[in-house]
Write a protein that binds this ligand. Structure first.
Ligand code: 13P
Length: 251
């Protein structure tokens, strides 16, 4: 399957910095990439990124994503952004259940599953993040944790589970410069694939991304693993040259 390289800008950027980054990406994408490419940007910048993508023809393949989405469709939910609002701004993807939201905003497995369901109901592909903390890895519970997190999403979404993108992001590898080895990552991806297979005959079409200190130097070996179908890139997605190198490493 075509791999997906998705940048997660997190809470970074400004009008000026985004324009510089996208202009540099446009130059690098003058030759269309093999992989699918997306950037998940802070909600206030969706309109800017959409407008710039329309102005810069080589950004045509660049898909737009959000970093979160409400579990509610509309109404009195101050501060939330609904999936139909994201749709209005041309969003194809929304990250849900990023570990930073689970950790700092108390998002539970059930809430993440509901966000994924709402996104799918409005034609947005959720990029569902799962991953264990360092303590959980050291306690030998990695597989239990990621299976529990995915099980909630499977339970809430039934056969629609084949429409999601999944991302394995070990918390200890995020922003730390410590990457899972290709073998460590592949082992967890294989567990997730098996769990998807038990839930849907279409498991092979679910992209399972790796995220956590993926960079220009380590992307190629990670992306060569059989069950790694792309990357969710934080820090390296803010540097055009690094993001372009990762895109070029994808198949
Ligand atoms: P880094 O690539 O900065 O480690 O972040 C990964 C991540 O959290 C992407 O969602």
């Amino acid at each position: 399957m075509t791999q997906l390289i998705a940048g997660n800008w997190k809470m970074n950027g400004s009008l000026a910095a985004n324009e510089a980054l996208l202009t540099a990406l446009a130059q690098g994408l003058a030759t269309p990439p093999r992989a699918e490419v997306a950037v998940c940007v802070p909600a206030p910048y969706l309109a800017q990124v959409r407008a710039l993508s329309a102005q810069l023809p080589s950004l045509e393949p660049l898909q737009l994503g959000a970093q979160d989405v409400s579990s509610q469709a509309a109404g009195a939910f101050t501060g939330e952004v609904s999936p139909s609002m994201l749709k209005d701004f041309g969003c194809r993807y929304a990250i849900v259940g990023h570990s930073e939201r689970r950790q700092y905003h108390g998002e539970t497995d059930a809430l993440v599953a509901e966000k994924a369901r709402q996104a799918l109901a409005h034609g947005i592909t959720p990029i569902v993040c799962v991953g264990e903390s360092l303590a959980e890895r050291e306690a030998g519970t990695t597989v239990d944790v990621v299976k529990r997190q995915l099980a909630a999403v499977i339970q809430a979404n039934g056969h629609c589970i084949s429409e999601i993108v999944l991302a394995y992001e070990p918390v200890w590898a995020i922003g730390t410069g410590k990457t899972a080895t290709p073998e460590e990552a592949q082992a967890v991806h294989a567990v997730l694939r098996a769990q998807l297979k038990a839930a849907t005959p279409q498991a092979e079409r679910v992209k399972i991304l790796y995220g956590g200190s993926m960079n220009a130097a380590n992307a190629a070996t990670l992306l060569a693993q059989p069950d790694i179908d792309g990357g969710l890139i934080g820090g390296a997605a803010l540097k055009a040259a690094d993001f372009l190198t990762i895109i070029a490493a994808a198949r």
